[in-house]
Ligand binder design. Structure first.
Ligand code: SAH
Ligand code: SF4
Length: 413
C-alpha cells in the first residue's frame, strides 16, 4: 500500500513506469524489515544496482521503507551511490521529498514515446489497499514494527472514505483496509467512530462490491465487530487473524494479550455468525525457549481450528526487540525442522480444504487475465481458456483443484 501511495505521488510529478531497468532514470525501492530475510533481499538488490547508477550518475536511486528507517546510516555507508534514503516514518512527507529530489536532478519532462510501460499495468487494480492507520501501540516481543513505524496514528474517517471513492473511480471493485492492528481503529471527529463503524461506512459506499481488512488483532474482536461484518454485505467471508502460537506460555512471552482459548472462542463466534467464513492466520515457530511440546500445541491448535491457510515463519531475532535478547534462542536447524513440519501440516490441511470446494458455485472477481478470487479468499483459475477481464465477476463452478488452487468452469448465465 505504501509503494502504491508513493507511486501515485510520483505519477503526479509526471514520473511514469519505465519499460525495464535500462530505460529507467529512477529506481525506487521500498523495503520491509519484519524479518532479516526481507531486509537481506532488498539490500542485495541495491548491491546489484551499482553498475546501473555508475553508468549514468544523473540517475536517481531511492530507498525507502522500514529497512531504510532501521539502518539509515549503515545503508549510506554500504551503498554510497544511493541518492536518497527515506525511512518509513517520512512517508507522509514523500510528495514534497520526491518533488524536491526531482527538481534537483532532472531538467525534463522529456516525453519519450516507447519509454513507458502500458498504463494498464500500474493502474486499474480490481482490488485496492486503503491505509486506515499507521504505526502500532502493541509491543509484541519479537516485532520491530513499533520501532520503525512509531505509535498508532489513525486517518480521519472522511479521508479514508474519500480515498475509497478515488480507488473506485480508478476501477477498484474490492477495498482492503489496512493497519497493523486494523480493528483498534477509532477516531473522534465530532462523533466517535470505531472499526465496526468504519466497516459499515466503507461497506455502504455504492460501488464497493467487496470489502476486506488486514490485520485484525484478536484482542479487539468483539460482538459489535462480528455483527458489523455479518450485517455488511460487502464484507467478505474471510478473516486473516494472526495467532502466532498455540501455546499460552509462548503467547504470553510474545506479549500477544490473548490465549488460545480466547482465540478459539472468537473463531467459533465468527463461524456461527458468518456461515462459510474462511479463517487464515500467521504463525511463528522457534520463538526463544519454545519446547517440542509447545510447538506441538501449535500443530494441534491448527487442527483444532481447521485453518483455511497460514503464513508460517521462522522466528527471526530483530535488533532492539525484547525477544532477540531472550535466553534460549533456538538453533537455526531446529527452527527449520519445525517450520517444515508445520508447512507439511498446513499444506495438507489446505489441500483438503481446497478439495472440499469442488462442486461449489462461487462468485469470482478476476484480478488478472488469468486469475481471480472467491469471497472467502480462494484463488481460482478458469479450467479452459476463457474471456475474463480484471474487475469483472463471474459465476464459476469449481471442478478440480491443483494444490491450493481452485480450477473452475464459467457459468453462462
Ligand atoms: N500487525 C500484524 C503483523 C504484522 S507482521 C499482527 O500483529 O498480526 C506480519 C507477520 O510477520 C506477523 O504476524 C508474524 O507472524 C511475522 N513476524 C513478525 N515479526 C517476526 C519475527 N521477528 N520473526 C518471524 N516472524 C515475524
Ligand atoms: Fe508487531 Fe505486534 Fe504490532 Fe503486529 S501487533 S505490528 S506483531 S507489535
Amino acid at each position: 500500500a505504501d509503494s502504491q501511495e508513493m507511486a501515485r505521488a510520483m505519477a503526479r510529478q509526471v514520473v511514469r513506469v519505465a519499460a525495464g531497468q535500462e530505460k529507467a532514470d529512477i529506481i525506487f525501492i521500498n523495503t520491509c524489515t519484519v524479518r532479516q530475510h526481507a531486509e537481506d533481499r532488498a539490500f542485495s538488490f541495491v548491491g546489484t544496482l551499482k553498475d546501473w547508477k555508475m553508468r549514468d550518475p544523473n540517475r536517481l536511486l531511492i530507498i525507502s521503507g522500514c529497512a531504510a528507517e532501521r539502518t539509515k546510516d549503515e545503508l549510506r555507508r554500504r551503498f554510497p551511490y544511493v541518492d536518497l534514503v527515506m525511512g518509513a516514518k517520512s512517508i507522509e512527507k514523500f510528495p514534497e521529498i520526491i518533488a524536491e529530489a526531482l527538481k534537483e536532478k532532472f531538467s525534463w519532462a522529456k516525453e519519450n514515446e516507447g519509454m513507458w510501460e502500458k498504463e494498464e499495468k500500474t493502474n486499474r487494480a480490481a482490488s485496492a489497499f486503503v491505509t486506515t492507520m499507521r504505526g502500532c501501540n502493541y509491543t509484541c516481543a519479537y516485532c520491530i514494527v513499533p520501532f520503525v513505524r512509531g505509535r498508532e496514528v489513525y486517518r480521519p474517517l472522511d479521508t479514508i472514505l474519500e480515498e475509497v471513492r478515488e480507488r473506485l473511480i480508478e476501477g477498484a471493485k474490492e477495498i482492503v483496509l489496512l493497519g497493523q492492528t486494523v480493528n483498534s481503529y477509532h477516531h473522534a471527529n465530532g462523533q466517535s467512530c470505531n472499526f465496526a463503524d468504519l466497516l459499515k461506512a466503507v461497506g455502504g459506499i455504492a460501488g464497493v462490491e467487496r470489502l476486506r481488512f488486514m490485520s485484525p488483532h484478536p484482542h479487539y474482536i468483539d460482538d459489535k465487530l462480528i455483527e458489523a461484518m455479518a450485517a455488511t454485505p460487502a464484507v467478505c467471508e474471510h478473516i486473516h487473524l494472526p495467532i502466532q502460537s498455540g501455546s499460552n506460555r509462548i503467547l504470553s512471552l510474545m506479549r500477544r494479550n490473548y490465549t488460545r482459548e480466547l482465540y478459539a472462542g472468537i473463531a467459533q463466534r465468527l463461524r456461527s455468525a458468518i456461515p462459510g467464513i474462511s479463517i487464515t492466520t500467521d504463525i511463528i515457530v522457534g520463538f526463544p525457549s519454545e519446547t517440542e511440546a509447545e510447538f506441538e500445541e501449535t500443530l494441534n491448535f491448527i487442527q483444532e481450528i481447521s485453518f483455511d491457510g497460514a503464513y508460517c515463519f521462522k522466528f527471526s531475532p530483530r535488533d532492539a526487540t525484547e525477544a532477540a535478547n531472550h535466553e534460549g534462542q533456538l538453533p537455526q536447524s531446529l527452527k527449520e525442522e519445525r517450520l517444515s513440519r508445520l508447512l507439511a501440516l498446513t499444506d495438507n490441511l489446505g489441500r483438503a480444504k481446497a478439495k472440499s470446494q469442488i462442486g461449489r458455485k462461487v462468485k469470482v472477481l478476476w484480478e488478472t487475465h488469468g486469475e481471480g478470487r472467491t469471497r472467502n479468499n480462494w484463488i481460482v483459475r478458469p479450467l479452459e481458456p476463457a474471456q475474463i477481464s480484471p474487475g469483472f465477476t463471474n459465476q464459476v463452478t469449481i471442478e478440480a483443484v491443483k494444490n491450493r488452487l481452485l480450477l473452475g468452469r464459467l457459468s453462462l448465465e
